[in-house]
Structure formats: C-alpha cells, structure tokens
Design a protein around this ligand. Sequence first.
Ligand code: FAD
Length: 154
Amino acid sequence: MDERSFRNAMGTFPTGVTVITTKVGSDVHGMTANAFMSVSLNPQLLLISIDEKASMLDKIRQTNRFGLSILADHQLDFSMHFAGQKKKDQDIKFDWVNGMPVIPDALAQIACTVEKTFVAGDHTLFLGKADHIVMNEGEAPLIFYKGNYQSLKL
Ligand code: FAD
C-alpha cells in the first residue's frame, strides 16, 4: 500500500481542527493539528501527534508544555495560517491560559504539561495532562474531512 492510499483512507475519518501552541522564551509558536484525541478522564490526559519535520517538535521538547485550541467553524483563517497555507505574515494576538498561549474564541482552550513522549515512525506522540481548560460555548466546530474543511452546523 502506498503513502497516498494510506493518507486517503485516514482522511475518510472526519476530525475537528486544533491549533497547538507553545512559548519558548518570549517566542510563541503555533501549528495546526488534527491528530488529537482525548485519552483518559482520571487523570485528564490527551494525545497529539507531531511530524518530525515540524518545527513545533523541538519546541515542545524544550518547554514540556503546550496549549491546544479547538477551533470553531468561523476560525478557518487560523487553521490555514498555522498550517502555513497563507502567504501573508499575520500578527496574531493570543489569549493566555495557565501561562500557555491559546487562540482567542476557540471552542476550548487547554493548557497541558507533557507526561510522556513516544516516537512513532515519522511522528512523535505527546501525552499531555490538562492543567487548565477554558470553554467558549455556542459555536459549531471546524471540521476536516477528505482533505477539505467542512462546517458542522448544529
Ligand atoms: P511553521 O510551518 O513555521 O509554522 C506554521 C505557520 O504558523 C507559519 O505560517 C508561521 O508563520 C505561523 N506561526 C507560527 N507561530 C506564529 C506566531 N507566533 N504568530 C504568527 N504566526 C505564527 N502536522 C502534524 O505534525 N500533526 C498534525 O496533527 C497535523 N494536522 C494537520 C491538520 C490540518 C487540517 C492541516 C491543514 C495541517 C496539519 N498538519 C499537521 C500540518 C502542519 O500544520 C504544518 O505542516 C505546519 O506548517 C507545521 O508547522 P511548523 O511547526 O513546522 O511551523
């Protein structure tokens, strides 16, 4: 099976869209990610998967902390920006949760501390403990399906 077939098959699983963030010194860095899952309620754990080529990887290794923002459907621009799909530089104003930068008005803004790290093929999995969560309710989520953005109107 080739890489394209695998990617196409995985793309038939619809996901939400998140922006992962961290802060190294005074520099904030963000990247779009849909490889995210809730893992455990007690303790409250979640998992993200970061490509070995992403500059985010070394940054989370350095800080051992990250922010995770679950995007609403009106936040497509943030997703495209933090996936490097927009040409223009943009000055982003972040919210802050427990010392971690997060995306303003995201459906959920979560500050995490890395509990465990697993290298898995060409990605690294970070198991994060949720230190603090802020919910901003009342919007539909941004959806990613078969390589395209969708909206789930509730
Ligand atoms: P860069 O490519 O350098 O940064 C990403 C973009 O964010 C750049 O445009 C940069 O200018 C901008 N940026 C970063 N920080 C700031 C800041 N402080 N202020 C303003 N702009 C800033 N990759 C994975 O590894 N795992 C996934 O789960 C995953 N899921 C994805 C889901 C979707 C829907 C999409 C579209 C992409 C996904 N990617 C995923 C790919 C990933 O988002 C891109 O490869 C991304 O460019 C990798 O980011 P980077 O850390 O290498 O940094």
